[in-house]
Write a protein that binds this ligand. Structure first.
Ligand code: PBG
Length: 324
């Protein structure tokens, strides 16, 4: 046999030498849930090991992440029910929980990149990412709210805004709003191909943000489609996105690869709450080994073409990387 592929697998050193991708702490963004109050750390029931932190304890978590080499976090505030309205006006209150958390992190850890999620759902009494009228999600009316939210987060010190709403035209609208408010250097990581997915279930538990009526299928993408993801990629590229994201990650590796092959922009993958919950539940039952699955899963995202991975495993993975 002229070709014996097993030669390149025959020992640890040769495997390391020929390996094509590796995950490093530099690739990771840690999503963090924030709640109001003091000294609070409440576990998310469906996401063992993930907590809603009050800002004081959030800072300790960010410190740990920073010491582990994680360079970016994404903030997700859980808003009190009384503050939710149909137009989500709390979302652009410059003193809201989101802005307070961003300010606190940037003050103590100026080098930590902070990404602010931009979507109405955590602040919306309808639990939708857009303005709802007569059961319909209004696109253009929503853009204004998203722009105001982006500016509030940028003022608080966010380095990156992440529109996760899937309204049409949002990237251009937000880019222009940021630029005209003096935030030319704030980046946009667009949730470019965000699918209407059951994998978001545990996240909606964490924030109590599930839609009160209907579903998100008129704005988030149909999971049967991939050409449509390329249309979204074209639009976000033209509209000025700095980084393009595919979400969820695990069932959408084909989309990650297509993005990587069709753009010069960095590609991010969001390893979402349901993906985390499945691994944790199976590990708890003793069916799989948590750490091995984590490493294999995150490495597969890189192999598929992701440059950046948003994952609830960020701390766990960075801890593993530091010790190995
Ligand atoms: C809000 C938002 C969601 C997620 C991130 N931003 C939920 C949704 O769109 O319903 C999901 C994250 C996860 O499941 O980990 N628009």
């Amino acid at each position: 046999m002229l070709r014996r592929p097993r030669r390149n697998r025959s020992n640890f050193a040769i495997r390391e030498l020929v390996s094509e991708v590796d995950v490093t702490a530099n690739d990771l963004i840690a999503p963090l849930f924030v709640i109001d109050g003091q000294n609070k750390k409440v576990e998310v029931h469906s996401m063992p090991g993930q907590f809603r932190f009050s800002i004081d304890l959030l800072l300790e978590e960010v410190k740990t992440l920073s010491e582990l080499g994680v360079k970016a976090v994404a903030i997700f505030p859980a808003i009190d029910e009384e503050l939710k309205t149909s137009c989500a006006k709390e979302s652009f209150n410059e003193d809201n929980l989101n802005c307070k958390a961003i300010r606190a992190i940037k003050e103590k850890f100026p080098h930590m990149l902070v990404m602010a999620d931009v979507a109405m759902d955590p602040y919306s009494s309808d639990g939708h990412d857009g303005v709802v009228k007569d059961g319909k999600i209004l696109n253009d009316e929503t853009l204004d709210v998203l722009a105001k939210m982006s500016i509030a987060s940028a003022k608080a010190g966010a380095d990156i805004v992440g529109p996760s709403d899937m309204m049409d035209g949002r990237i251009a609208y937000i880019r222009s709003a940021l630029d005209s408010s003096g935030f030319k250097n704030v980046s946009i990581m667009s949730y470019t191909a965000k699918y209407a997915s059951a994998f978001y279930g545990p996240f909606r538990d964490a924030l109590d943000s599930a839609p009160k009526a209907g579903d998100k299928k008129t704005y988030q993408m149909d999971f049967r489609n991939s050409s449509e993801a390329m249309l979204e990629l074209d639009l976000d590229t033209q509209e000025g996105a700095d980084i393009v994201m595919v979400k969820p990650a695990l069932s959408y590796m084909d989309i990650i690869t297509k993005f990587k092959q069709n753009t010069t922009l960095p590609v991010a993958a969001y390893n979402v709450s349901g993906e985390y919950a499945m691994v944790m539940a199976a590990a708890k039952a003793g069916y799989v080994d948590r750490q091995s699955i984590m490493i294999e899963m995150l490495t597969s995202f890189k192999r598929a073409g992701a440059d950046i991975i948003l994952t609830y495993f960020a701390k766990d993975m960075a801890t593993y990387l530091k010790n190995n």
